[in-house]
Design a protein around this ligand. Structure first.
Ligand code: PMV
Length: 325
């Protein structure tokens, strides 16, 4: 077979209503529905070349080992969809920190699924690519689309109805997510380990699961109505419940650092002074702050005054994952 190559670019997404917990760990089927915003500015660019001697993953110029390669090979198997799959070489670059709570796995597996399918001439629709990307990393199923994206849990045991669904495109609403980078280090507890531990040991977890659909309903309605207060309230409720379950896990899964809390305090103070901004955190110490585009510079400037932050950046809603070569 002659080598066939394609390159795709995908943006990471940040959950406004969180996914935490799996109802099927092998297939990455979620215990809860979730809703996200895809971000412009941050991106993963991935090239897949079918016809290598063996599967390889080179991420950020560094050859990766068996654990990371296994997930990539699984996505390649699913894209190829049958026997006789050739090996592939995967080369990937992030223009932002990897595995530090900035959702690098979401853009990574979305770009991988899209590039692999194009290079293999597989005419897979976006919902199918989303199902495949989900099996690399759950949140990746939302990064096939830009703007606001919902991930419904689905009902089927094979997971083929558990994929992203676009709610509104990037240009629907001129919001910003101001990203406050507390640390660019790789997280100590990966999301899969953290979720498994939470589901097994946290007595609060059933409450997180049973209350999540109402948060998604509120967030979806707020997006469609462009109601920042209602969206911010659903987002903060979801993030606080998720982190409460993480903290009450044994052993605890605590991603917050003192600087993270200082940013949360600064957001509360800005809101008390009349500035509409709302915070969220994921599986890492970084804080993301949602606000109107017109307020983003004021929010970013205030956060730049919080001692200890590495970087503050306002990101606009991003577009669909796309082929770039
Ligand atoms: O897709 P994963 O396995 O990296 O898990 C993502 C988990 C959170 O970022 C904390 C929440 C979410 O919905 O993205």
């Amino acid at each position: 077979m002659s080598p066939r190559t394609a390159t795709a670019l995908a943006h990471p997404n940040i959950a406004l209503v969180k996914y935490w917990g799996k109802r099927d760990a092998a297939l990455n089927l979620p215990a809860v529905p979730s809703l996200s915003l895809t971000l412009d500015g941050f991106a993963t660019t991935t090239t897949v070349r079918w016809g290598a001697a063996a599967d390889r993953l080179v991420l950020g110029g560094v050859e990766r080992g068996a654990a990371e390669l296994r997930k990539v090979s699984r996505v390649l198997d699913l894209v190829w969809g049958g026997p006789g799959r050739p090996a592939a070489e995967v080369t990937s670059e992030n223009n932002f920190p990897t595995a530090a709570g900035l959702a690098s796995s979401s853009s990574a597996f979305a770009a991988l699924a899209l590039a692999a399918a194009a290079a293999a001439d597989q005419p897979l629709d976006r919902a199918r690519l989303s199902v495949i990307a989900r099996q690399g990393s759950g949140s990746a199923c939302r990064s096939l689309w830009g703007g606001f994206v919902e991930w419904r849990m689905g009902e089927r045991a094979d997971g083929n109805d558990s994929h992203g669904l676009p709610v509104a495109p990037a240009d629907h609403w001129d919001l910003r997510l101001v990203v406050a980078v507390v640390s660019a280090d790789k997280k100590a507890v990966g999301s899969t380990d953290g979720m498994t531990r939470t589901a097994l040991t946290c007595p609060l977890f059933p409450g997180f699961v049973s209350s999540a659909p109402a948060d998604v309903d509120q967030a979806r309605a707020a997006v469609l109505a462009r109601d920042l207060h209602a969206l911010g309230a659903a987002m903060e409720r979801s993030t606080n419940k998720m982190h409460a379950t993480m903290i009450a896990t044994e052993p605890t899964v605590r991603y917050w650092k003192p600087v993270s809390v200082a940013v949360l305090d600064a957001v509360e103070a800005m809101r008390a002074s009349g500035l509409a901004c709302y915070s969220t955190m994921d599986a890492g110490p970084n804080v993301k702050v949602l606000c109107a585009a017109a307020d983003a510079e004021r929010v970013a400037e205030t956060l730049r005054g919080v001692p200890g932050l590495l970087r503050v950046e306002a990101l606009a809603p991003g577009g669909d994952a796309r082929l770039v070569g």
